[in-house]
Ligand binder design. Structure first.
Ligand code: ATP
Ligand code: MG
Length: 583
C-alpha cells in the first residue's frame, strides 16, 4: 500500500540531462526500491560528477557517477595497511574492486554550537568514527544517542550549518605515524605545523588503543636518566615507568622534562613532547631550544595550543601516544611528555559540559579518571617477545597553591608510579630543580638504577632526611654543639649539590663522582656557597686526570670498590690543592 502522505523528492544529478529512457529506468528503480512511497524525480545538473549519475532519496544516496566511484576506490586504497608491501596489495585491491551502489549513509546536521555538532540519520556510525562535513571539516563521534549522535569538530565550525550533509568515513579517529615524523612539529591530527613539507606516513594508528596486557610486559629494569642529580640519585626513573611531575605554575616543571629530553642525546631514545593548551609562543620557544641544542632530530612535538579547539586538545595526548607506540613496537625506547594533563582535563570538561553530560566533583564528568588512566596505561616496557621496546611517560600536572589533594592531581598521582613534587618556596629560594625531597617518590625506578648509581647514592636519602629533621629542631636554637653544626653544614652542602642549572644535564660518571665525594664527607670543609664551583672544577679535574675511570663508569654502569676508593682519594687530593690555592 502506498502512503499518499509519504511523498519523497528524489534528486538525480548528472553532467548531462538524462534521456527519456534513462529517466524511465530511474523511475522504475525507485518504485521497486521504495514500494510504499510516492516519489517525485527531479534532475539537477552537476558537472563535477564527470559522468554517470548520482541519485539522492532522503538520506539514501546511490552513486553511479564516475567521480563517486573514483572516490570509493580512493577510500579503499587509503584503507590499505601500508606497513606491508604496497604494490601487490594495491594491484589486488584494484583488480578485485567492484563499484558498489549500496546507499551511502548521509546524515544531516541538526545543530552546531561551539565544537559540537548533533547529527541525525547515521544509524550505523560507531563511537570514535571520523565524520566528514560538506566543507571538508572533520569530526569524531563522541556520543551516540537513540535518534541522534554528537560529533566533536576538529576544525572551525563557521562553515557548517544546520541541514548540511555529513558523510561517514568508516575510519576510527587516528594518527598517521612513521619515522618521517622525527624532527617535526605536528598538530593533533598529525599535520605538520612547522612550515615544512608534507610528512610521509608509514601507517595509520587509531588514537585510542588498548594498553599492552600483563603477559606482553616485563618489569621496568633499565634506567631512563634525566641528567638531574636530584632525580637520578633520589628518585630514579626506569624505562616504561610513568613518573608524574607536579607543582604550581612556574616551578620548573617543563624545565625538568626538557632537560630529560636533552639528556637523551645520542642514547637512541625517541622523545615526544605533547603540548596541550599552552601558548603557541611557548611551544615555539621550546622547539627552537631543542633545535639549537641539536635535540630536535630525535624529537617530535605534538601541539594543540590554547587557541585550538577543545576537541583537538582532548585528542592530542592520545595522538602523541600512538606515535610513541609506533616506535615502541619497533623495539625502540620512547620518552613521552604530556605538558600538561590539567589543561587536558579542562578541555575534556568543556567538551563534556557541551555534550550535556552531568557534571560531578569540580564540574568534571564522572569518567575523568578513565581519561588519564587509559592514556598512561599505554606506557610500558614490552616483553622481549614483543620486541622489548618501552615508552616512559612524564605527565605534568599543575597544582593550585601546592594543593596536591585536589581532584585531578590525586587521580593522576594514583595512576602513576611516583611523582616529583616541585615546590614554589624551594624554587624561589634558588633550590632549582625545586624537587621536594620529602614528598617525591619513585616506586619502580629503584630496580632500574645502574649499580654504580645505587652504590654511590646509597645513604643519601637517609642523610637528607636526618638533615631535614635536624633543621626543624635547631631552627630557633642559637648555640649549637660542634657535631650538630657539622651535620647541618653537611646537609646544606648536599642540598646545594642538588641544585643544577637548566640545560646542564650531568652524565653518569659526573653524578657518581659527585655523590661519592660528597657522601664520604670529602667536600665537608668547603663553604656551602662555593660547593657548586668546587663540584664543577673537580669534575673537570677528574676528566683530565683519569678519563679511563670516567669512561669505565659510563660504559659498564658499575662502581668497583677500588674505583670508589680511588674517587675518594683523588677527590681529597683535589680539595686539598683547591684549598691551598685559595689561601
Ligand atoms: P608553567 O606553569 O608556566 O608551565 P613551569 O612550571 O613549566 O611553568 P618552567 O617554564 O619550566 O616552569 O620554568 C619557569 C622558569 O624557571 C623558566 O624561565 C625557566 O627557565 C626557569 N628555570 C627552570 N628550571 C631552572 C633551573 N634549574 N635553573 C634555572 N632556571 C630554571
Ligand atoms: Mg610549563
Amino acid at each position: 500500500m502506498k502512503n499518499p502522505e509519504a511523498t519523497t523528492a528524489a534528486l538525480l544529478y548528472s553532467p548531462e540531462a538524462p534521456s527519456d529512457e534513462q529517466r524511465k529506468r530511474f523511475e522504475d528503480f525507485l518504485t521497486r526500491t521504495y514500494p510504499d512511497r510516492t516519489i517525485t524525480l527531479t534532475w539537477k545538473k552537476d558537472a563535477s560528477l564527470k559522468g554517470g549519475f548520482r541519485l539522492e532519496v532522503g538520506s539514501d544516496v546511490y552513486d553511479w557517477s564516475l567521480q563517486g566511484r573514483m572516490e570509493q576506490l580512493r577510500r579503499k586504497i587509503e584503507a590499505l595497511d601500508v606497513r606491508q608491501d604496497v604494490l601487490p596489495l594495491m594491484r589486488q585491491t584494484v583488480t578485485s574492486w567492484e563499484p558498489s551502489t549500496r546507499p551511502e549513509e548521509i546524515g544531516t546536521v541538526l545543530t552546531v554550537a561551539d565544537d559540537i555538532a548533533t547529527i541525525s540519520g547515521l544509524q550505523d556510525a560507531v563511537y570514535g568514527e571520523v565524520l566528514e562535513f560538506g566543507n571538508g571539516i572533520r569530526g569524531m563521534v563522541q556520543e551516540l544517542r537513540p535518534d541522534e549522535l554528537c560529533c566533536v569538530l576538529f576544525g572551525d565550525n563557521s562553515g557548517i550549518e544546520a541541514g548540511d550533509p555529513v558523510r561517514r568515513t568508516g575510519k576510527l579517529a587516528g594518527m598517521p605515524v612513521g619515522d618521517a615524523f622525527l624532527g617535526r612539529v605536528v598538530d593533533a591530527l598529525g599535520q605538520p605545523i612547522d612550515g615544512g613539507d608534507a610528512i610521509q606516513a608509514d601507517a595509520y594508528y587509531p588514537i585510542e588503543r588498548p594498553a599492552p596486557g600483563i603477559i606482553d610486559r616485563q618489569p621496568v629494569n633499565k634506567p631512563m636518566e634525566t641528567g638531574l642529580l636530584a632525580i637520578d640519585a633520589l628518585f630514579p626513573i626506569g624505562r616504561g615507568q610513568r613518573e608524574l611531575i607536579i607543582g604550581d605554575r612556574q616551578t620548573g616543571k617543563t624545565a625538568v622534562a626538557l632537560d630529560t629530553i636533552l639528556n637523551q642525546k645520542g642514547k637512541n631514545v625517541v622523545c615526544i613532547y605533547v603540548a596541550i593548551g599552552q601558548k603557541a609562543s611557548s611551544v615555539a620557544l621550546l622547539t627552537e631550544n631543542l633545535r639549537r641544542r641539536g635535540a630536535l632530530d630525535y624529537c617530535i612535538v605534538v601541539n594543540a595550543s590554547a587557541s585550538d579547539s577543545a576537541s583537538l586538545q582532548y585528542i592530542a595526548p592520545y595522538a602523541g601516544c600512538s606515535l610513541g607506540e609506533y616506535f615502541m613496537h619497533q623495539g625502540r625506547d620512547v620518552l613521552i611528555v604530556y605538558d600538561d594533563l590539567s589543561k587536558h582535563a579542562i578541555a575534556y570538561r568543556a567538551l563534556s559540559l557541551l555534550l550535556e553530560r552531568s557534571p560531578g566533583r569540580e564540574a568534571y564528568p564522572g569518567d575523568v579518571f578513565y581519561l588519564h588512566s587509559r592514556l598512561l596505561e599505554r606506557s610500558a616496557h614490552l616483553s622481549d617477545e614483543k620486541g622489548g621496546g618501552s615508552m616512559t611517560a612524564l605527565p605534568i600536572i599543575e597544582t593550585q597553591a601546592g594543593d596536591v589533594s585536589a581532584y585531578i592531581p590525586t587521580n593522576v598521582i594514583s595512576i602513576t608510579d611516583g611523582q616529583l613534587f616541585l615546590e614554589s618556596n624551594l624554587f624561589f629560594s634558588g633550590q632549582r630543580p625545586a624537587v621536594n625531597v620529602g614528598l617525591s617518590v619513585s616506586r619502580v625506578g629503584g630496580d632500574a638504577q645502574t649499580k654504580a648509581m645505587k652504590k654511590a647514592a646509597g645513604a643519601m636519602r637517609l642523610d637528607l632526611a636526618q638533615y631535614r629533621e635536624m633543621e626543624v629542631f635547631t631552627q630557633f636554637s642559637s648555640d649549637l654543639d660542634e657535631t650538630t653544626k657539622r651535620q647541618l653544614t653537611y646537609g646544606q652542602g648536599l642540598m646545594r649539590l642538588l641544585r643544577q642549572k637548566q640545560y646542564n644535564p650531568l652524565s653518569q660518571h659526573e653524578q657518581v663522582i659527585t655523590l661519592v665525594a660528597a657522601l664520604n664527607h670529602v667536600l665537608e670543609t668547603i663553604p656551602v656557597d662555593q660547593i657548586k664551583d668546587v663540584q664543577h672544577e673537580m669534575l673537570a679535574w677528574f676528566e683530565q686526570q683519569d678519563m679511563a675511570l670516567c669512561q669505565r663508569i659510563d660504559s659498564t654502569g658499575l662502581l668497583t670498590d677500588d674505583d670508589r676508593q680511588n674517587i675518594i682519594d683523588q677527590a681529597r687530593t683535589f680539595v686539598n690543592e683547591y684549598q691551598k690555592k685559595g689561601q
